[in-house]
Design a protein. Structure first.
Length: 392
């Protein structure tokens, strides 16, 4: 089998983009205890980063439409080292939030152009498979960031974890620079590109895209809410798991990474709406399984949840690339903005709304309702998928 550098670079970009994003999540109970804050307060270390991603995403999409996909991705991957290094030397929660916000400003410049790149450089049939590789890379990155931080926290503290993540991020940046082609369709895209604000207005006026942005909001809301508050659930009695044990919970992410590339087949074989229906059913079944008292059943449920939400993510991101005939990176930037606003809300809202009243059961109920709402949007928005494909 011939090694495909371009596909490898896409996968590594997924790892790089998500390696640092959720890294504090496995040590949130430890942070809450150290800084004497509530679960919702500790969750801001995740929420502030996703909020920064949401703020920056539409603008980096416009930038990538102007200067090129690879240049934007590689520059952001190298600049990401700066706030990550500063985070190692932070003193107090306020400094952590500042450097986490700066991390979030660079991250969308990696994944927004990459999604547009995939939809431009591969045919629609191939793009579904390559998008699955990107999502698989993001799953591995999300797992590695949490796992490394948690594993080192017990022995060396969370700072050591971020030091190691800095080295991994640098290696990813070098690989993307070396292996990702400049883009065969860059010149064609530049000629057809719509101006930044004009493209933004065009996408906001597209009802199908707006609904897809809402689906993205629901997907990351559900993921962040689940993996933020299940940590507090498992850190409490009767489980009383420590940081390294909580880090092991994120081993469900590689399971999702292994299965997600098959999402391209599901979408091609059954259609985007049907594949999403199966994904939502799988994710909700997984959440309900976490209500059981046995730890193995909870882990199994989380694995099902991850598999379902990653398939939803692949379906939504692929639709954005198809539905936006022009200024694709700007469209992806809008999607990413909505997606990460959902993550920011998911990190905090369950703690304010249901955690103190109904605990983990209340969180599960809130997340299930959110995912069913996303399914309703998918069935409404993706009715004209074939016409979008034909327009391409």
């Amino acid at each position: 089998m011939i090694f495909d550098r371009a596909r490898a670079a896409v996968t590594i970009a997924g790892i790089c983009a998500f390696l640092d994003l959720y890294a504090p999540q496995a040590v949130l109970p430890q942070l809450a205890e150290s800084f004497h804050v509530s679960p919702a307060g500790a969750g801001t270390t995740v929420g502030v980063c996703t909020l920064a991603v949401a703020v920056a995403a539409p603008f980096v999409g416009m930038l990538a439409d102007r200067i090129g996909r690879k240049r934007t991705i590689v520059t952001a991957a190298f600049l990401l080292q700066i706030p990550t290094i500063l985070l190692i030397f932070a003193h107090g929660l306020t400094e952590i939030l500042i450097w986490r916000f700066m991390q979030g400003l660079f991250l969308p410049a990696i994944f927004s152009p990459m999604v547009a790149y995939v939809n431009e450089e591969w045919s629609p049939a191939e793009a579904a498979d390559v998008m699955g590789l990107y999502i698989a890379g993001s799953a591995l990155g999300g797992f590695a960031g949490r796992f490394v931080t948690a594993l080192l926290a017990d022995h060396f503290g969370w700072r050591a974890g971020f030091a190691v993540l800095t080295l991994i991020t640098l290696a990813c940046a070098v690989a993307i620079w070396a292996w990702l082609p400049a883009g065969r369709h860059r010149a064609k895209a530049a000629v057809k590109a719509v101006g930044g604000l004009e493209g933004l207005v065009m996408h906001v006026r597209n009802p199908a895209l707006l609904a897809t942005f809402g689906i993205g909001f629901a997907v990351l809301f559900s993921q962040v809410a689940t993996f933020t508050y299940v940590n507090f659930h498992l850190a409490d009695a009767p489980y009383s798991l420590g940081p390294s044990q909580l880090g092991m919970i994120f081993l469900v992410y590689p399971i999702g990474a292994a299965i997600t590339p098959a999402s391209g087949f599901l979408i091609r074989r059954f259609g985007r709406r049907q594949a999403t229906s199966l994904a939502v059913a799988t994710a909700c079944a997984g959440l309900l399984a976490t209500l059981q008292s046995g730890l193995p059943m909870i882990i199994f449920g989380l694995a099902l949840f991850v598999t379902g939400t990653f398939t939803m993510m692949s379906a939504a991101m692929g639709f954005v690339g198809q539905a936006a005939a022009q200024a694709k990176a700007t469209a992806v930037g809008c999607y990413v903005c909505s997606y990460y606003v959902g993550g920011s809300v998911g990190a905090v809202l369950p703690g304010l709304l249901v955690w103190h009243v109904a605990g983990w059961r209340g969180c599960v109920a809130l997340i299930v309702v959110t995912m069913l709402g996303a399914l309703g949007l998918a069935w409404h928005a993706w009715r004209r998928e074939r016409s979008f494909c034909a327009a391409e």
